[in-house]
Design a protein around this ligand. Structure first.
Ligand SMILES: NC(=O)c1ccc[n+]([C@@H]2O[C@H](COP(=O)([O-])OP(=O)(O)OC[C@H]3O[C@@H](n4cnc5c(N)ncnc54)[C@H](O)[C@@H]3O)[C@@H](O)[C@H]2O)c1
Ligand SMILES: O=C(O)C(=O)C[C@@H](O)[C@H](O)[C@H](O)COP(=O)(O)O
Ligand SMILES: [Zn+2]
Length: 370
């Protein structure tokens, strides 16, 4: 998808000021990857962690950095969730060791959210923390994954169960890089944009009502969602409280990803998860029925799934119990009291937790990926 900003050459700067940590900026604009060399000027070495799909683009980035005198090493990792495995992180650390990576060298995460999660985690652990610059290349990574310093990998028990908070030095969102992104990946990214709309910025929902594919409004949608994330993360960088609202739709969504062995896109899974969370909000927190219904209507118009096979419930419930928001045997969910009024709901009535699933349960035997 080609994204043209309203004003050609316009550069958007969104500040992130994580309490107790170094402030940084998320830059959004067309052709921004050209600024990478200046961003990491003075470093001796850079490792560009990238997915197979972006090998050519990563080679071009590496050539730019080398031309600026930085010894640069691309590290290719698998496409998709397969990048977020311990063995892949281990291979990256082996490579950094082979290169003699020191504390003032820099890791660059160049890819979608799977790669920025992995690269951030690799950087967080190497020598107990080296700088990472995130260059997200999907809508999802621009609006969410690359911003805020949540890094991590998956384990057999579930999504993102091993990780670290490690804020990036800067985030460069070059919208020109979205030109090669398949439409289905744009839709997946819009799921997190919808999330930002329901938890904090309803203007996003109005924009998407009028333009559900983001054909004309994608730049504004990206910027608005980044602003929501930046504001939340700045106030609570380590998820001591309010940051949990960014997990809206993720309790069931992560469970679906696990049960599907990560064949579903993250955005598709949290789309179903948001319809579920909206229904739980209606049943347990008194959310207006129209606001709950708006979730399904909008997500369908965006082209995202809103259903999951009914028979999977026991497996999904078991997976939800290892969600990071759980405490002991207590399930905790992000719910909405009203539009843009999210809160934590602890230990809801198990009958309501099950009843809310009726809103997404389908008779089909298998989930449909999008
Ligand atoms: N850390 C966080 O705060 C956070 C937030 C949201 C999501 N996430 C994580 O992000 C991940 C999902 O990220 P995603 O949706 O970006 O998926 P992804 O990283 O798997 O990218 C999707 C696919 O598009 C390819 N791709 C990436 N950029 C491309 C481009 N410009 N052109 C063509 N192909 C391209 C990738 O190789 C991959 O095959 C999940 O693991 C999720 O848990 C993390
Ligand atoms: O940044 C956050 O905080 C989020 O929860 C954003 C989510 O969109 C993202 O998927 C995140 O990786 C989920 O985190 P987890 O702690 O539930 O693994
Ligand atoms: Zn997410």
């Amino acid at each position: 998808m080609t994204v043209t900003r309203g004003v050609p050459g316009e550069l958007v700067r969104v500040p992130v000021a994580p309490a107790g940590d170094r402030p940084y900026e998320v830059l959004v604009g067309d052709g921004l990857v050209g600024r990478l060399a200046a961003t990491v000027a003075g470093r001796t070495r850079a490792a560009v962690i990238h997915p197979a799909a972006l090998a050519t683009a990563a080679a071009a980035v590496a050539a730019d950095l080398r031309a600026a005198g930085i010894e640069t090493h691309p590290i290719q990792v698998p496409d998709g969730e397969a990048a977020k495995e311990l063995a892949v992180a281990g291979r990256c650390w082996d490579e950094l060791g082979r290169l003699g990576f020191t504390r003032d060298d820099v890791v660059i995460g160049f890819g979608g959210g799977t790669v920025t999660d992995l690269a951030g985690f690799v950087a967080a652990c190497w020598l107990r923390g080296v700088d990472v610059v995130q260059v997200p290349t999907t809508v999802l990574a621009m609006v969410d994954a690359a911003v805020g310093g949540k890094t991590g990998i998956d384990t057999a028990a579930g999504k993102n169960l091993v990780g670290a908070f490690h804020q990036p030095l800067t985030v460069l969102c070059d919208t020109a890089l979205l030109a090669t992104l398949p439409p289905v990946e744009v839709q997946a990214g819009l799921a997190e944009v919808v999330k930002a709309g329901f938890i904090a910025d309803p203007v996003i929902l109005d924009l998407l009502d009028a333009d559900p594919t983001g054909a004309t409004d994608l730049p504004e949608l990206i910027e608005r969602a980044i602003r929501v994330k930046a504001e939340v993360v700045s106030g609570d960088p380590r998820e001591a409280g309010r940051r949990e609202i960014l997990n809206y739709g993720h309790t069931l969504g992560h469970a679906i990803e696990k049960v599907e062995h990560y064949r579903w896109r993250h955005g598709a899974a949290i789309s179903v998860g948001m319809v579920y969370a909206a229904e739980l909000s209606r049943l347990a927190a008194g959310l207006d029925a129209d606001v709950a219904a708006r979730h399904r209507e909008l997500l369908v118009r965006v082209g995202l799934p809103v259903g999951y096979p009914a028979q999977a419930w026991p497996e999904l419930l078991a997976a939800m119990r290892v969600d990071k928001k759980s405490r002991g045997r207590m399930l905790r969910f992000v719910v909405l009291d009203a539009l843009a009024a999210p809160r934590l709901l602890a230990d809801p009535d198990p009958a309501l937790v099950r009843a809310a699933f009726d809103a997404v349960a389908t008779a089909s035997q298998t989930g449909t990926t999008t």
